[in-house]
Write a protein that binds this ligand. Structure first.
Ligand SMILES: [Zn+2]
Ligand SMILES: [Zn+2]
Length: 338
């Protein structure tokens, strides 16, 4: 079969690779049909986000179920499914308590689209993908929602949800600031903040295109580089990309005992103004999304029309256009197989 491989930083090629086969009764083989880019795919391709070795690219996808093992009950061949990017069994004590990013049945960081550090599970830009726990992982695409809107639900859309939904459930009407930069996650965050009952929602970025999207989603747009402090908020989401000013600004912009959530990846230790924060009181959370655990809530909001990912997503392009489009800079392109 064919797969899109990042051979080295800056180089993407279609290559013939061995097709995966079912290895047990709980598994499924799926054919990715709609794939989009995670916010760190481009940094991973060009080397800004350093991942060694070859990478079968892609981990945000909707797929068609092709074949299932004897014990699979939840899906059948022909079903269209959202595939969470992290591998999880759905049955261990961690999976059943919402920690599907830390499943005990599979090695740490098992995920699609990250090469060897993700356990070499293959990538979404492939003709076939093996799903080790079909019943635990796969979720049928909800009726009435275009599949192009759903590929992002594998990862980035859920990241936007978890950044605001739990805190807004505890503190309805909280004022939210989102620092943009990494790409789609901060914009999805704005959408979920609006849908989940935030008070004021402000979005800060230097990128005009993303600022316009944020406004469309109902945020007040604050244009410019990241300042030392951006205001006074109950919840601040740091979605800057490799900007050392992001986290200090997010923390300084909190009200007393506010919550700061980092949805970005800190490759170096950012400065944390501990002395200021001690007197003010602040909470900080950094984690990966629990991709499978949040998926039902995310899809429910999308199906109800309360969050529309297509307002954030960019052009819908043919499958074959992937290498050129990934090398370009169109916002969140979505690739559809014929
Ligand atoms: Zn991702
Ligand atoms: Zn598990």
């Amino acid at each position: 079969m064919r797969a899109l491989i990042r051979t080295e930083p800056g180089c993407l090629v279609w290559r013939e690779v061995p097709a995966p086969r079912l290895q047990g009764p709980l598994e499924a083989l799926v054919r990715p049909t709609v794939v989009t880019l995670c916010d760190i795919d481009r940094p991973m391709v060009d080397g800004r986000f350093p991942i060694p070795g070859e990478i079968a690219l892609g981990h945000e996808l909707v797929a068609e179920v092709i074949e299932v093992g004897d014990a699979v009950r939840a899906v059948r061949p022909g079903d269209r499914v959202v595939v969470p990017f992290q591998i999880s069994c759905g049955a261990c004590d961690r999976c059943t308590t919402g920690l599907t990013a830390h499943c005990r049945a599979t090695p740490p960081r098992s995920q699609y689209g990250f090469g060897a550090i993700g356990g070499d599970h293959g990538g979404a830009f492939s003709d076939l993908l093996r799903v080790p726990f079909a019943d635990g992982m796969l979720v049928r695409a909800p009726h009435g929602v275009p599949l192009e809107a759903l590929a992002c639900a594998s990862d980035n859309l859920g990241d936007g949800y978890r950044a605001v939904a739990p805190e807004l459930a505890r503190r309805p009407g909280a004022d939210v600031l989102v620092l943009g930069g990494i790409g789609s996650v901060p914009l999805y965050t704005v959408a979920f903040a609006r849908a989940c009952g935030a008070g004021r929602v402000d979005y800060l970025d230097h990128d005009r295109d993303r600022l316009e999207v944020a406004q469309t989603l109902g945020a007040r747009a604050l244009e410019g580089p990241v300042p030392d402090r951006a205001g006074d908020y109950d919840l601040v989401v740091d979605g800057t990309l490799l900007d050392p000013k992001g986290l200090p600004c997010a923390l300084r912009s909190l009200r007393p005992n506010g919550l700061c959530i980092g949805v970005t990846i800190y490759l170096t230790d950012p400065h944390i103004p501990y002395f200021e924060l001690y007197f003010k009181g602040a909470r900080f959370e950094t984690a990966r999304v629990q991709a499978r655990a949040v998926l039902p809530s995310v899809l429910e909001l999308v199906q109800a029309g309360r969050v529309d990912p297509t307002l954030v997503n960019g052009a819908v392009l043919p499958w074959e256009a992937a290498p050129e489009a990934i090398a370009g800079d169109v916002r969140k392109p979505v690739f559809v197989r014929e």
